[in-house]
Design a protein around this ligand. Structure first.
Ligand SMILES: Nc1ncnc2c1ncn2[C@@H]1O[C@H](COP(=O)(O)OP(=O)(O)OP(=O)(O)O)[C@@H](O)[C@H]1O
Ligand SMILES: [Mg+2]
Length: 288
């Protein structure tokens, strides 16, 4: 069943959350997404000069869910993430984070809000001259907290454990790490301030299938143990099937549809059909 929502987007039938690997009986207590919206994007338009990246774009992300955000290369997935993070200005529209209209916040309120989310950017973006431990401590220092060096070292090691890195990675430079270790270190830095909301842009790109599956499991496990909400930009069909509760599709300069992945495969749009039923996507559909 499809319905058109008041915001103009279309939604296909909802099914219980946590299909796929995240729903297996692994002994973890799974966080159930709620109807509370951690992110609300309403009628947002972003332009670069005369080029409109998207227009009338609407999107909701619910507390506790892993939302997969897909779309063709260059369609604006990273730009939207940066717009939500206030790193790219919007031309019009409203963005609410944790129920707050971000345009109406004072500077101190905005600073408090910034502490509530962590970001793993598409390129990893660790500081190359800092060790892993020092990279993780950057957000702690930016907060201007007067934590002792010992406390910050202990916290950094906790984050290193949390993302499954060996402790001896703490004193390594990014150039001494593998691609998968860099992603984990970036994730540890994103978690430095114990956020409620995690943004990740193409977290599994460049990883081999086993590394990518491990990283997906890590994100799902963190969501379950920390109660995170995760906004995941991805091209990775395995991630969509295995860990995402819902998938939103960016095409034609807006979010054309969102819903559980198994309900999107029959959605009638050329890009969606090609993506889910083409050579790469078809294997999931055939396996159903
Ligand atoms: N700072 C900028 N100035 C001008 N144009 C930009 C800027 N940033 C992005 N764009 C353009 O906006 C469009 C969307 O870019 P974006 O990086 O969001 O794509 P994407 O969907 O993330 O692609 P990919 O899947 O390849 O990462 C592209 O046409 C890009 O060239
Ligand atoms: Mg991108």
């Amino acid at each position: 069943m499809e319905e058109t929502l008041p915001d103009g987007t279309r939604r296909v039938t909802e099914v219980p959350a946590h299909h796929g690997r995240a729903a297996e009986d692994d002994g973890l207590k799974h966080v159930q997404p709620t109807d509370e919206h951690v992110i609300e994007v309403r009628d947002v338009e972003v332009r670069f000069g005369s080029f409109t990246v998207f227009k009338n774009l609407n999107l909701d992300v619910r507390r506790g869910e892993i939302l997969g955000f897909v779309g063709g290369s260059g369609q604006g997935k990273s730009v939207l993430m940066r717009t939500i993070l206030d790193l790219v200005p919007k031309y019009s529209g409203t963005i609410r984070l944790f129920g707050e209209d971000v345009d109406k916040l004072s500077v101190p309120q905005r600073a408090l809000l910034n502490r509530r989310y962590g970001v793993l950017f598409q390129m990893g973006a660790l500081f190359s001259s800092l060790t892993v431990k020092e990279n993780i401590q950057v957000p702690m220092k930016e907060q201007g907290s007067n934590m002792s060096k010992q406390l910050m070292d202990e916290l950094a090691l906790m984050k290193i454990d949390m993302v499954g890195l060996a402790r001896n990675a703490a004193d390594k430079l990014p150039s001494e790490l593998s691609g998968g270790m860099i992603k984990r270190a970036g994730l540890a830095r994103a978690l430095a301030l114990d956020p409620d909301l995690l943004f990740v842009d193409e977290p599994t790109s460049g990883l081999d299938p086993i590394g990518a599956a491990n990283f997906d499991d890590l994100i799902a496990g963190l969501r379950d143990t920390l109660g995170l909400t995760v906004y995941m930009v991805t091209h990775d069909l395995d991630s969509l099937w295995n860990v995402c509760d819902r998938v939103a599709v960016l095409a034609d300069k807006r979010v054309i549809v969102n819903g559980p992945v198994q309900d999107l495969i029959d959605y009638d749009h050329p890009w969606v059909r090609e993506y889910f039923r083409g050579v790469r996507g078809g294997r999931f559909v055939d396996a159903e």
